[in-house]
Structures are given as structure tokens and as C-alpha cells.
Design a protein around this ligand. Structure first.
Ligand SMILES: Cc1ncc(COP(=O)(O)O)c(C=O)c1O
Length: 395
């Protein structure tokens, strides 16, 4: 059998490796506490589940869905963007539901990349941005996100010849893995940059609703001229704890949405309709569940940040997202620290290098772990600190 080079050359998906390690430990009877994956532990709210179950019983929803989804879902997305961000979107042309954000992220490069084209991707960043670019035959150019720059790319440092060969730029705020946020001033500068070099912008925004301390993240689509140059990819996964149902949306520029619609209508057969009805309920029904989830995450965030600082890992308090990005102490790489946590105290964190070269020196902890497990995991980390008591003496 001869597998194509494009698959053979792919690195294993970050979490596949992590899950493998966790399963090996669990198979040996060891209890492992994982802060690795950003997959909400809180169930999908009951009113959304009720609508899903009801819709699943209706034979009309047992058949192939339309590839651009139910008009009612596109209208619900449009209304949600209007009420949440004050952004107007035409439901028939500027909204495209997706099988989760990852569907759109993985496929959109195929609509833009011709041989030799470049895509600007954040480093560290969600690994699907560079991988989908490479699968489509393009070359990623990595934009370093550094602590000094508040994890925003320095647009002026992108070489002119690269910018001229670039088809699109990926951005993601609130950011995975750093937890950083962007403001409208930054997004306005991104639009100007995109206009100057004729670059499309794809803003991946699945965490805009996971925010703390009354902070309200903005949408890229609120920037002046955003709809002329780009789209935003959003998701119900993190907002409504619906990762398992696989539903998200792309919104914005008509041409970009049209290209993605054409590609997807040839690749998949749409989103199961019962899930579309659940999504309509999520977007148009009561929204108080979001506040309730955020209160839980905020409490966890505070516990995690306090403990990490206490054991000698420098951490800033994230304003949004499901992640805490912690600086690895001197003497460790991110993989060494993650391995040490796993081997010594059975705690899993994600090594920053998995998100790109500039993620080295950091580990990521997700807040999607039930409170009891979280407290236990943190006390194990305290035990690790006590056993080593190493960083304290170094400082
Ligand atoms: C930045 C980012 N984009 C996209 C996704 C995928 O979201 P979805 O579940 O909607 O496919 C994730 C999931 O963790 C993510 O962190």
C-alpha cells in the first residue's frame, strides 16, 4: 500500500499523542488527571437537548440536509451576530453553518491556495491552521505571538515579499493557547493591512463567549471594512458546551463564504438537521447559561492561576478563553515539564511546543475539568512542588 506523501508527512495531531499517553497510564490502573483538552465538561444545557431530542424524532429530519443548512439556522446566526456584536449579516449570502469550526478551518485553504501561495499563521496557534494550509499545497509563514507583544502578531515585521505572496492570514482571539485577547483597534489595523496587500483575513473566534470579570470580547466583523476583506469562523462548541454535536458557522464576506459553500457542497452532505434545530434553540433561546458556565470557569481559572504561581510557574490571569498559559521554569523544556508532571504526579498538561516553535517555554492548562478533579490535580501539583522544591531555591 502506498499512502500519499501529504498524509505521511503530516505530524500526528497533538491530542492524539496526548490521549495515547493518558490511555497507556489508565490501562496500567493509574489515575490520570488531564488539564489537556479544551472540551467542556459541563453538559449541553437542557433546553437545547430537549429541542435536539424532539427534532431527532421527526422523520423530516432523518433525510439528507441541504448543504447550506436550514434558512432558519442562517437567520438565527445572523440575529445572534446582530444582538451580540451589532453586526448585520445577510442570512442567505453571508452566513454558512459548519460541521464545527474545524470543518471551516480545515477546508477554507482549498478555496484560496494555488501552488506557491503563502498563508500567515499565528505561532503558537491552533495546529489546524498550518496543517490545512499545507494539505492544500500552500506554505505557512509563522507570525510569532510573544508575551512582549501581548500575543498579537507584529504586522510590520512581516517581510514585504512574503506579504505580497500571501493569500490569507489566520487570527484567533480570544486566543488558544495563550488566552490573549484583541481589541477593535488591532482588528482595524488588520483590515488596513489586508487592504494594502490584498490578503483575506480568517478570524477564528470560538471563545468570544467564554470571558471573565465582565470582559466582553469583540468580533473581528465589528472592525471597519472587515466584511470587505474577511470572515469570522465561530462555533457553538464552547459557548453552549456542544463540542460533541459538531456545529459552527462562517460569517462575513460574500465571495469567501460563496467559495467555501461551493467546496463544502462537493465534500459533505450538510449538518444533521436535528442538530441544526438544537443550534437554533441555542442561539435564540435563553442565554443565561453562558453566564453560569463562565462563573464556573472563572472560579477554576483563579484556582489554577493561584496554584501555578505558587509552584513557581509564571502565569497571567486570562480575561477570556478556556486556557491558562504558564511559563515553564528554567531548566525544563515544555515537553520535559509536561512529562515530569505526568510521570511524577499523573497530571496532564499540554506542552506549548505542540502549538509551534514560539510555544516553547510554556505549557497550557485547560479549565474544562470538573471541580473535584481540578482541585485534586492542583493538590498533586503542589505535591510535585514540595517534592522538588526546586524553583523556589533557584529564584
Ligand atoms: C482555536 C480553535 N478553533 C477551532 C476549534 C474547533 O472548534 P469546533 O469544535 O467548533 O470544531 C478549537 C477547538 O478547541 C479551537 O481551540
Amino acid at each position: 500500500m502506498k499512502i500519499a506523501r501529504r498524509i505521511e508527512n503530516l505530524p500526528p495531531y497533538l491530542f492524539v499523542e496526548i490521549i495515547k499517553k493518558i490511555n497507556e497510564k489508565r490501562a496500567k490502573g493509574e489515575e490520570v488527571i488531564s488539564f489537556a483538552i479544551g472540551d467542556p465538561d459541563i453538559p449541553t444545557p437542557p433546553h437545547i437537548m430537549e429541542r435536539l431530542c424532539q427534532a431527532a424524532q421527526d422523520p423530516a429530519n432523518h433525510r439528507y440536509p441541504e448543504s447550506d443548512s436550514l434558512p432558519e439556522l442562517r437567520q438565527a446566526v445572523s440575529k445572534w451576530y446582530e444582538s451580540r456584536f451589532g453586526v448585520s449579516l445577510a442570512p442567505d449570502k453571508e452566513v454558512l453553518p459548519l460541521i464545527g469550526a474545524k470543518d471551516g478551518i480545515a477546508h477554507i485553504p482549498f478555496c484560496f491556495i494555488d501552488p506557491g501561495d503563502i498563508a500567515l499563521v499565528p505561532d503558537p496557534g491552533y495546529p489546524v491552521y498550518p496543517v490545512s494550509t499545507m494539505l492544500a499545497g500552500g506554505t505557512p509563514y509563522y507570525m510569532p505571538l510573544t508575551r512582549e507583544n501581548k500575543y498579537l502578531p507584529d504586522l510590520n515585521s512581516i517581510p514585504e515579499d512574503i506579504a505580497k505572496k500571501t493569500k490569507f492570514m489566520w487570527l484567533n482571539y480570544p486566543n488558544n493557547p495563550t488566552g490573549a485577547v484583541a481589541d477593535l483597534d488591532f482588528f482595524n489595523r488588520v483590515v488596513e493591512y489586508a487592504q494594502k496587500y490584498n490578503i483575506s483575513i480568517f478570524h477564528d473566534a470560538p471563545y468570544t463567549e467564554v470571558a471573565f470579570d465582565d470582559y466582553k470580547p469583540v468580533s473581528f466583523m465589528q472592525a471597519d471594512g472587515a466584511n470587505d476583506v474577511g470572515i469570522e469562523i465561530h462555533s457553538l462548541s464552547k459557548t453552549y458546551n456542544m463540542t460533541g454535536w459538531r456545529i459552527g458557522m462562517a460569517v462575513g464576506n460574500v465571495e469567501i463564504i460563496g467559495a467555501l459553500k461551493t467546496l463544502k457542497s462537493n465534500l459533505d452532505s450538510g449538518i444533521p438537521q436535528a442538530i441544526q434545530y438544537a443550534a437554533i434553540e441555542a442561539l435564540t433561546g435563553p442565554q443565561d447559561c453562558i453566564q453560569q458556565h463562565n462563573a464556573i470557569y472563572q472560579k477554576r481559572r483563579d484556582l489554577v492561576v493561584d496554584m501555578l504561581n505558587d509552584i513557581g510557574l509564571e502565569v497571567e490571569l486570562p480575561k477570556a478563553s478556556l486556557y491558562v498559559w504558564a511559563k515553564v521554569p528554567e531548566g525544563y523544556t515544555s515537553i520535559e515539564l509536561a512529562n515530569d508532571f505526568l510521570e511524577q504526579v499523573g497530571v496532564v498538561v499540554t506542552p506549548g511546543i505542540g502549538y509551534g516553535k514560539n510555544g516553547e517555554g510554556y505549557v497550557r492548562l485547560s479549565l474544562t475539568i470538573p471541580d473535584a478533579g481540578l482541585v485534586k490535580g492542583l493538590s498533586r501539583l503542589a505535591g510535585w512542588r514540595n517534592a522538588k522544591n526546586k524553583f523556589r531555591t533557584k529564584r
